[in-house]
Write a protein that binds this ligand. Structure first.
Ligand code: SF4
Length: 439
């Protein structure tokens, strides 16, 4: 729940050609608009914090809420966790993407902020220490350029009129004029453009008004601007920064028939071609008043988690996309849900194991299930001074049971363990019985 606050209201919206409906939207007070537009923003996962228990203090007891809208958390480039005001400029849209609750044909309550209202809210929240930044997205009103202009105006006003130094993440509108997207990057720390769906056919079917080539074109322009800006700043320290926190994108998982293999391959292509900082995966969740072309059921949330794990393997464990895809089931192209992709790969390619912790190169140690990057770096550092025993490795990992079949140490050799047909149940996490009547 958002705390009570007094907002300085900007002048009401002037009808801008959309007639009485816009006037009606302008009559909503800021709190109502915030409730609608922060709730509408929750479907964008690219800065979401999730996975915790539902709690609130609406009964007057206690303090805070994990369900309230409006404030989410993100991680700054230096690793700090920062709170962001996460809202849409408007949830009205002239497009009709089937998976989106804000699509033109959706029967939801609409609201719209003016640029000035978003600026006022951000400053008010910032001064009260509720937030450290803004995450702003929007439905498309009138045209892509018009919408993008409004979003740029928010960021411009925050930076130039209010000298706001906090974090700003702008979702850009892919069809917008590249010059407007460039301006967005000059004011924002991060810009992002959603590719929306992993395959071209999925995008055509579920978001027919969107153009995959234009989305990629916009990402390419942002990448070029980031590189040019890096060069300019090497020559002139005073050159204005462009999107110093880079660009990111988001893919919806489970709304079309794309396999995990296809998603991983697409993500890897996006990282390579556009220098993305992050690809976010958002498990499709059935929305109220959903289009009939969508699946009735959401994919298991674990699928999203496995995709994040595979993304992690490519970014930090030096796995090639080809290797991650090889961890998927050959017939279905899907990553297993019951074990993580690193363990799945190790079980499938047992001939690569066991790995000698005292001699193997770092890249092979990174493939040992149960050994993280820090553990591997400590092994590499320690073995320069002495030969490592199983106990030494056990101290670096949560579960030595998981590691044991895959390594050789000074006093340990798994003998036939690696080849056992029943190895998977021995190393897979134990299933947990959920409480049937848990509160
Ligand atoms: S353009 Fe964006 S806001 Fe509009 S319907 Fe499509 S996904 Fe939703």
């Amino acid at each position: 729940m958002l705390p009570a606050m007094k907002i300085v209201f900007p002048p009401p919206l002037v009808a801008d050609g959309c007639g009485t409906y816009i006037e009606r939207m302008a009559q909503l007070d800021t709190r109502e608009k915030l409730a609608i537009l922060a709730d509408a923003a929750k479907y964008d996962a690219s800065c979401a914090s999730s996975g915790t228990a539902k709690r609130d203090s609406r009964d007057g007891k206690g303090l805070g809420s994990t369900e309230g809208m409006g404030i989410c958390h993100a991680y700054a480039p230096d690793g700090r966790c920062i709170s962001l005001l996460k809202i849409l400029l408007t949830n009205s849209c002239i497009f009709d993407c089937h998976y989106c609750i804000n699509r033109k044909s959706s029967n939801v309550r609409r609201a719209r902020f003016t640029a000035q209202e978003v600026v006022n809210l951000t400053i008010s929240f910032y001064k009260r220490n509720y937030i450290e930044g803004l995450f702003l997205s929007s439905g498309i009103i009138k045209s892509s350029n018009y919408t993008m202009e409004q979003m740029v105006e928010v960021a411009r006003s925050l930076r130039e009129d209010h000298h706001f130094r906090g974090y700003i993440h702008l979702k850009t509108i892919p069809d917008a004029d590249p010059e407007l997207v460039h301006q967005a990057g000059l004011y924002a720390d991060r810009v992002s453009i959603n590719v929306e769906l992993p395959t071209v056919s999925g995008l055509k079917r579920l978001a027919p008004e969107k153009d995959g080539a234009r989305i990629e074109g916009a990402m390419k322009d942002v990448k070029t601007s980031i590189i040019d800006n890096g060069d300019a700043r090497k020559k002139y320290k005073s050159a204005p920064r462009f999107a110093p926190a880079g660009q990111s994108t988001q893919m919806i998982v489970g709304a079309d028939a794309a396999t995990d293999g296809e998603i991983v391959t697409r993500a890897s292509t996006l990282y390579d071609r556009f220098g993305l900082r992050r690809v976010y995966y958002s498990a499709f969740s059935p929305i109220p008043d959903a289009s009939t072309v969508l699946p009735l059921q959401r994919p298991p949330l674990m699928r999203e988690h496995r995709l994040y794990q595979s993304d992690w393997l490519m970014r930090f464990y030096d796995y090639s996309p080809h290797e991650v895809v090889a961890a998927a089931d050959d017939a279905t192209g899907m990553l297993p849900l019951d074990i993580d992709p690193k363990l799945a790969w190790a079980l499938k390619f047992r001939e690569s194991f066991p790995v000698d912790v005292n001699r193997a190169p770092r890249e092979m140690l990174l493939r040992v299930p149960g050994l993280g990057v820090k553990a591997v770096d400590r092994i590499v550092a320690s073995r320069r001074w002495r030969r490592l025993r199983l106990d030494d490795v056990a101290r670096l990992t949560v579960s030595v049971t998981k590691v044991r079949p895959f390594i050789v140490a000074e006093d340990w050799r798994p003998v036939l363990l690696t080849d056992r047909a029943d190895l998977k149940p021995l190393v897979a996490p134990k299933r947990q019985q959920l409480e049937l009547f848990a509160a």
